[in-house]
Write a protein that binds this ligand. Sequence first.
Ligand SMILES: NC(=O)c1ccc[n+]([C@@H]2O[C@H](COP(=O)([O-])OP(=O)(O)OC[C@H]3O[C@@H](n4cnc5c(N)ncnc54)[C@H](OP(=O)(O)O)[C@@H]3O)[C@@H](O)[C@H]2O)c1
Length: 361
Amino acid sequence: MSRVDSGEAPTRRLDDGGVPRSYRVGVVGATGAVGATILEVLSERDFPASEVVPFASERSAGRKISFNGSELECRPLTPGTIQGLDLVLSSAGGKVSAEWAPKLVEAGAVVVDNTSYWRMHDDVPLVVAQVNDDAVEGHSGIVANPNCTTMQMVVALKPIHDAAGLERLVVSTYQSVSGTGQSAIEELKAQARAVLDGKPVETNVYPHQVAFNVLPQVENFKDGDDYTTEERKVMAETRKILGFGEEVGISATCARVPVITGHSESVNVQTKRDLPPEECRELLSQAPGVVVLDDPGVGVYPLPIAVAGRDEVLVGRIRRDPSHERCLNLWVVGDNLRKGAATNAVQVAELLAERDLVRVG
Ligand SMILES: NC(=O)c1ccc[n+]([C@@H]2O[C@H](COP(=O)([O-])OP(=O)(O)OC[C@H]3O[C@@H](n4cnc5c(N)ncnc54)[C@H](OP(=O)(O)O)[C@@H]3O)[C@@H](O)[C@H]2O)c1
């Protein structure tokens, strides 16, 4: 198990004078659902930060954010405020990253980006710690964090692929509202209250009421496509991370459910060689970042309320698909804000620090 797997604090690299190296870290989107979790994880994992600088929009300029017992003041992104940073963990949406990640790199920082904007660029590594760590090598200043749905799935799939070779995946997701951000959490709470109180329900974030409902749409149907942008991301990002060519089939259906935190996924896995459920269970119970919870007869299986606040991906309901001899069905649950976003971003920052890659060029 590597240091990153064990949850221990990362090694502090020594600078030329033998002094432990620490970094000036920017957190862009610090007032958001992911950014707030990044701050928590940086603190919990004792990331070697000499200073943490929170950034948000102009609206939040001057807002105080608690970090490690002190109050930090939010700054807007400007050519002046971004100077002197070593590392930036960014989660303020694709438009902000498109504009500001290159400027941050130009100013000397390495950017670990949580948005979808850079993920499929050829010169940007798409990294899931404990799955494809070596991809961080040779970055050009930006390292991308995958989509939360993809992230938790590949943590469970990598050991299966290594042992038995993946041939085809069919995934159906049940995604929580925190995957959309803080505003969606507020919308679900307000709608649930309104329904229970018999009041009119307001819908702003999603196209339909999400409380007491299931929406077979996560993100948008772009340019007449009959798959959503989220479904396209899951399929494309899984290929990039696991290095799949077109010979591996992937099909995704993503749904939004009225859960605050924790995405659940039903994954049908077809392997090249037969993988009995017992062997799959054993394999996954040894895998870094995975916890197997699989005793369904007594109600033991992964649940979103059990994963909220945890960094591991939970896997259960491991069973043969009766319609195909080399297919298994799995139920995979992860905290979309932690391993699905913030924890992975901090683990990638740790990898960069351990490998002396917190530098551009
Ligand atoms: N939520 C998840 O589970 C998840 C998982 C993986 C990846 N992501 C990605 O992470 C990003 C953020 O998601 P989220 O859920 O944290 O959204 P969120 O709760 O809506 O937070 C958005 C953050 O971006 C900031 N922001 C907006 N415009 C800005 C600007 N012009 N300059 C600087 N900061 C700006 C906001 O600041 P103000 O408070 O000042 O508006 C806020 O801090 C998205 O790209 C999302 O796709 C999310």
